[in-house]
Ligand binder design. Structure first.
Ligand code: FE2
Length: 153
């Protein structure tokens, strides 16, 4: 994991309104404002459609979430993560993103890879990194005819 000194930057200002939404998984759109592959730093906003359930995964490093709209959790039956709340997701522990009945918006800051597993948690089927997210986000923006914002900061 990155030393905190490596994450320090001179001022970076980014307005989420200047970055397009791109659907990266069915029912899950993201706006990315900062990616730094050398430290695996990811800063994004996630918007999820009602009752979307994400893939089973583990985090290698910290994941902090700030919810501004809707309701979600790691449990498909209860959604206690509400607007104006903060969540620190577990490191090296299986969980899934489970959206509630409305549209949810959450800002996430991740440091480190996300490892996606098969439904039984036996095998890694995908690694999500700052670089792979960059490639996916840019490809989606291009596909949608949207501008490709500079996010490598
Ligand atoms: Fe997670």
């Amino acid at each position: 994991m990155a030393n905190i000194k490596e994450l320090l930057v001179s001022t970076l200002y980014a307005n989420f309104d200047d970055h397009p939404w791109a659907e990266i998984n069915k029912g899950q759109e993201i706006k990315v404002v900062q990616l730094r592959p050398s430290e695996n730093l990811i800063v994004l906003q996630l918007r999820a459609q009602p009752f979307v359930v994400g893939g089973l995964h583990k985090h290698v490093g910290f994941t902090f979430g700030f919810t501004t709209k809707g309701a979600w959790s790691h449990n498909p039956k209860e959604f206690p993560y509400l607007p104006n709340s903060f969540v620190c997701e577990p490191i090296d522990e299986f969980h899934r993103y489970c959206n509630g009945p409305g549209i949810t918006e959450t800002y996430f800051i991740n440091i480190g890879e996300q490892l996606y597993y098969d439904d039984e948690g036996r095998e890694i089927i995908r690694r999500s990194t700052a670089q792979s997210l960059h490639d996916k986000y840019m490809a989606k923006c291009e596909e949608l005819g949207l501008p490709r914002p500079n996010v490598m900061n």
